[in-house]
Each structure stands twice: as C-alpha cells, then as structure tokens.
Design a protein around this ligand. Structure first.
Ligand code: NI
Length: 157
C-alpha cells in the first residue's frame, strides 16, 4: 500500500510499526552469588573425571555473576522497557536465593543430574527466568564464572 492511500491515522500507525520493527531497546540487570561446585560426572570413575575435567573435578568455589538482558518497547507512562527492580526481584527469587552459598552439585533440586558447567548453569537459569518475564522479552542470559569465562544463552533471531 502506498502512503498516498493512507489516511492520517493509518499513516501514524504505519510509522509506529516501522519504528517498532526496526528499533529494539535492551535493558539489563546483573546479580551475583557465591557457590561451590565440582565438574564431575557421577557415572565415571575418579580417574576418568580427573582426565576429563582436570583440577575442576575438585570441589572449589566461584564468585558468579548473572546478567539478564530484556528487550521491548519503552512504556508510554513509565519510560521503562521493564522496571529493573522488578527484573532484579525475579533473578533473586528464581535463581540467587536457591544457589547463593550452596554446593551446586548437591544442594539445588532443580540442578540435579547436571554437571554444573557455566553452560549448563546458564541454560538452567534461562529456563527459570523466561516464564517470569513478559512473553518473548528475554533476549539473553550470560553467566560469568570468572572474569575471564562466561557462557551465554540467547534466542535464535
Ligand atoms: Ni569451576
């Protein structure tokens, strides 16, 4: 449809749709926790675990950082994509309170059966955060295990 065929109201809608389809606003919140883990497959011998995971097979701790990125439109009344206090509350309620100062191999029911690599933890955290946020708004979740290592989960788009 050519712009000549549109009424003023239709033109306004068309402009808004153009803007929203080409522009995305991202907001993000970080939270941190401390936890212990060991990279160990309980189905393998100690020797095989040492061979696979090296010293990471021994119990040790990390100061983890979780960063959650949410995409959306800026609300007309709030000026927010999402209130970051609300995002912080979600991250703390569904992740941090369960994992902080815990042993990730033994203390967290929803991590049972997982080797707690950064990749597996990031995926498990993603699955817990996503249903708590407005549909389709979760863009990525990144977990830093150290300041040099991170794993990230994101939607395909
Ligand atoms: Ni580690």
């Amino acid at each position: 449809m050519a712009y000549d065929d549109l009424s003023d109201a239709d033109t306004a809608v068309a402009r808004r749709e153009t803007a929203s389809s080409s522009t995305t606003v991202l907001v993000s919140r970080r939270e941190s926790f401390n936890a212990a883990h060991q990279l160990r497959d309980p189905g393998l011998s100690d020797e095989d675990n040492q061979r696979l995971f090296g010293k990471c097979a021994n119990l040790h701790g990390h100061n983890y950082v979780v960063e959650v990125v949410v995409a959306g439109e800026i609300g007309l009344t709030t000026g927010y994509v999402l209130d970051l206090k609300q995002l912080s509350d979600v991250i703390c309620r569904v992740i941090i309170q369960d994992v902080d100062h815990r042993n990730l191999n033994t203390d967290v029911a929803w991590l049972e059966g997982l080797i707690p690599t950064a990749e597996n933890l990031a995926m498990a955290f993603w699955e817990r955060v996503r249903p708590e946020l407005p549909e389709g708004s979760l863009r990525s979740l990144r977990l830093w295990e150290t300041d040099k290592n991170w794993a990230e989960v994101r939607d395909h788009d």
